[in-house]
Write a protein that binds this ligand. Structure first.
Ligand code: ADP
Ligand code: MG
Length: 817
């Protein structure tokens, strides 16, 4: 029997002078829940009688004096009950094990409502109302433990507390009505199967339209009582609900929950009402028992809610205000822990082992820059300065280099790799795909061939004339033939190769560097923290340069990648053009093809990007094959059409890319493998199928594949049936060229979790924190820095709980060792 929680609450109530303020929503509810749970475990009839007498009264309706008396009665009742309990238990133990001392004492199994720190890790089945079957369904949503369930927050809340009559509805706002369905039928506005209904209450009628949900017409029958919640718009001078949330009302429980009602994520077999019911009981019982890990001083100074309150208010808020406060507290936690985590990591990494300071090798560097066919932009110059400053320190560099597609990051990386080699160290250059790795290899080799005399071919080249010894560059990928690979691996191990360019293959087993001094990682959002660590392990604490073409707003970059310093190339080389972007309606497909044909006739080339139908590479490849056949055999019969997808063998990919590059193909039909980095100046058209399925940053990347030469380039977007969000994205990409703005929009629309794939990247999940919370991001960051300055190891007593939480969060995220 858990008397602990009740005692805590009653003690608090005493302290607060019986104001009925110790539990959110009043003590009665808590008492009721507690007593329901307790009743079953009281054996003694005498106690049971006392129990019923005590717990049949309403605390809320008592006077202050009555409350005082009642609490003291309950406390003495608890004392008696516990004495009885333990007497009973110990005698039982005595009977079972008269004198066998070796065995450990029988543990009295704690009932389900005990919620000490440890039991938060219990499986959800300890929660009342969650059966094994139900726990399986929660499991599908990633909810396995009691703690997960406490943090299983609703998407949003429906405000049932302010029901409106139809006559009171106003445009724009989110509003809720309860109405009768008069009629519901399928309609086809703009050719899309949809449902239209007329509903009414005693004050009037209103039209409701659900786009793309024809099945609703069958669900809604005349005289159903229905609850609608959503925005009201004006259509031909009359109010109308467009695709509102809906719920058919059986019985009256919805109306009676006159409050903010949570909308939980669901999965097959979880019904909204059931989840709400389970969660309500659960939260009422457990939330109050969570211990707050934030140091009290910090929490008070920032005016944050206590954790138990924040959790319960995030689920079943009293009102909008506490709901917001709860979110702020929980979002702060996420950002604060994230920041502390990345900062600890950086400290750990930079201070555990010294790095290798490099000499900038001014002569080689000067020679290299002089050999380029262009002058560095001032942004490139500045960044190069920052990098060389880092490389000169004995603390290893950890720098994020951010720059638009085509801003010239590769040149900068090559300069750094060259300097590493000139210092007698090896450099690694890691790309996310084979195609990109090959392209980097080609680019680097091309640059070096201007600098010195080139020898060798294929995967291994050597350049002489500028270092005391020849500089050797190799390409290493999973696909390279075993024998060749082994030879390269051996040479890497012996220190015979200076620069290794490749894919993940570089960090895999069997690759040991002799003296890895610098690791460059391209397109980092594909890689993540873990691969970064793997690379670090490969060397003597190498300097690390991470490059990304995804412009991340500065604060966010600092927060999510607090383990990296930030450099930005914020200008493009001179003479870059804007790519004319047009979103075409489905019936303009033919004219899109005609346009491609016209450009080809003028000697240009085109990409046709195939839809992203499924996550699976196999299915995407299959779709590309089908599209390729259609295009090459029906639409562009007379043109030279090639096909590229991730399932092709390396050699085939090479051949296709080479023919496109050399102009032997007019059109390249491709899956999104061409997303990053591909550089074909003669390609002027990018036609993207099902463009609504892609994120903004991705679309921007695709668009960046063209516009790399002198000719005006075009990006055409096709979308059969875009959702509202899809349309919004297409509208934005059509009108915005600035990658930074797009990334910000993208973040707003998708949230950082999805944007960065925090799950894969080894960062803890962000659920409550939003990207629009710049102020909160900054607050969390500055507080973390402050704390770190006085107690970097979080060793002080007042930080004990925080340190534990930090360790827990980062361990759960899969890294932190
Ligand atoms: P990123 O890796 O940032 O996408 P790249 O390094 O691949 O960009 O450069 C894109 C193109 O621009 C390449 O063809 C490169 O040779 C060229 N380039 C890079 N820097 C300059 C510069 N300062 N002036 C003119 N062209 C440049
Ligand atoms: Mg690039």
């Amino acid at each position: 029997m858990n008397t602990e929680s009740l005692r805590k609450v009653l003690d608090l109530e005493k302290q607060r002078e019986y104001a009925d303020s110790s539990v959110f929503g009043g003590l009665d509810k808590f008492l009721h829940n507690w007593s329901v749970q307790a009743a079953g475990s009281i054996v003694s009839t005498v106690l049971l009688k006392r129990f019923h007498r005590l717990f049949n009264s309403s605390y809320t309706s008592m006077s202050r004096e009555q409350r005082r008396q009642w609490i003291s009665d309950v406390l003495s009742f608890l004392d008696d009950m516990e004495n009885k309990d333990s007497a009973k238990v110990s005698s039982a133990v005595d009977q079972v094990q008269p004198s066998v001392k070796k065995k450990p004492p029988v543990k009295v199994k704690k009932p389900a409502i005990s919620a000490d720190a440890q039991s938060l890790d219990s499986p959800v089945t300890v929660v009342k109302g969650i059966s094994t079957a139900l726990s399986g369904r929660f499991g599908k949503l990633g909810v396995k433990t009691v703690r997960d369930l406490l943090y299983f927050f609703p998407h949003r809340h429906l405000d049932y507390s302010k029901l409106k009559f139809i006559s009171q509805l106003t445009e724009g706002e989110e509003q809720t009505i309860v109405a009768n369905v008069w009629q519901a039928q399928e309609t086809r506005p703009g050719g899309r199967r949809s449902t239209e209904a007329i509903v009414g209450d005693e004050t009037g009628n209103i039209r409701v339209l659900w786009f793309n949900q024809p099945y609703l017409a069958k669900k809604l029958t005349t005289n159903n009582r229905i609850m609608l919640s959503g925005r009201v718009s004006l259509f031909k001078g009359r109010h109308m609900f467009l695709s509102p949330e809906w719920e058919i009302m059986e019985g009256q429980d919805l109306v009676h929950t006159a409050r903010l009602v949570p909308v939980y994520p669901l999965t097959q077999g979880l019904r909204p009402r059931q989840v709400r019911r389970v969660m309500k009981e659960f939260i009422d019982r457990w939330a109050s028992q969570v211990t707050d890990f934030l140091p009290t001083e910090l929490r008070k100074r920032l005016g944050l809610l206590e954790l138990p309150v924040a959790i319960s208010q995030a689920h079943y808020p009293e009102n909008e205000d506490t709901k917001d406060k709860a979110r702020v507290r929980l979002a702060f936690d996420e950002l604060f822990l994230l920041q502390l985590g990345v900062m600890s990591k950086k400290r750990q990494w930079q201070e555990s082992r010294p790095g290798t300071p490099f000499d900038a090798k001014k002569t080689v560097l000067k020679q290299f820059l002089g050999s380029l066919p262009f002058k560095l932009t001032s942004a490139q110059d500045k960044v190069l300065g920052e990098i060389f400053n880092d490389l000169g320190q004995s603390r290893p560099m950890c720098r994020l280099l951010q720059g638009e597609v085509g801003s010239g990051k590769t040149v900068v990386a090559t300069a750094a790799l060259l300097v590493a080699a000139a210092n007698g160290y090896q450099g690694a250059f890691m790309a996310p795909t084979e195609i990109l790795a090959e392209q980097h290899f080609a680019t680097v080799c091309q640059m070096l061939s201007k600098l010195g005399h080139e020898e060798g071919e294929g995967y291994l080249r050597s350049y002489s004339g500028f270092l005391e010894r020849p500089l050797k560059v190799a390409l290493l990928m999973g696909d390279i033939k075993q024998s060749g690979k082994r030879k390269i691996q051996k040479q890497i191990q012996e220190g015979d190769i200076d620069i290794v360019i490749g894919t993940h293959a570089i960090v895999q087993k069997g690759v040991d560097f002799n003296k890895l001094g610098l690791a460059v990682v391209d397109e980092q959002h594909r890689f993540g923290v873990e691969q970064r660590s793997a690379l670090r392990e490969k060397g003597f604490n190498p300097h690390m340069l991470v490059m990304t073409a995804t412009p991340i707003p500065r604060t966010l970059a600092l927060t999510l990648y607090g383990d990296l310093d930030l450099s930005v190339i914020n200008e493009l080389p001179p003479g870059r053009q804007t790519v004319k972007t047009k979103w075409l309606k489905p019936n303009q497909r033919e004219s899109a093809y005609a346009f491609v044909r016209k450009q080809v006739a003028e000697g240009r080339q085109a990409f046709i990007l195939c839809p992203l139908i499924e996550e699976s590479e196999a299915i995407v490849a299959q779709a590309a094959v089908v599209e390729y056949e259609r295009l090459s055999q029906e639409v562009f019969l007379d043109l030279r059409v090639g096909l590229l997808h991730g399932r092709l063998a390396s050699l085939e990919k090479d051949t296709v890319m080479a023919s496109f590059r050399s102009g032997k193909l007019d059109i390249l039909v491709s899956t999104p493998v061409i997303e990053v980095g591909i550089d074909i100046p003669n390609a002027t058209v990018m036609l993207i199928e099902s463009a609504d399925r892609f994120g903004l940053s991705q679309l921007h990347q695709f668009r960046g594949r063209v516009g790399r030469g002198r000719e005006q380039s075009y990006c055409m977007l096709l979308a059969e049936n875009p959702s509202e969000v899809g349309r919004e994205r297409l509208d934005i990409i059509e009108n915005v060229q600035d990658g930074f703005k797009l990334a910000e929009e993208d973040l707003k629309m998708r949230g950082p979790g999805e944007f960065f794939g925090t799950r894969q990247s080894g960062l803890p999940d962000l659920r409550m924190a939003k990207i629009s919370d710049v102020a909160l991001l900054e607050l969390a960051r500055s507080e973390a820095i402050k704390l770190f300055q006085v107690d970097p190891g979080l060793e002080r007593a007042e930080q004990r709980l925080l340190a534990q939480e930090l360790a827990r969060v980062w361990t759960d995220a899969g890294e932190w060792s």
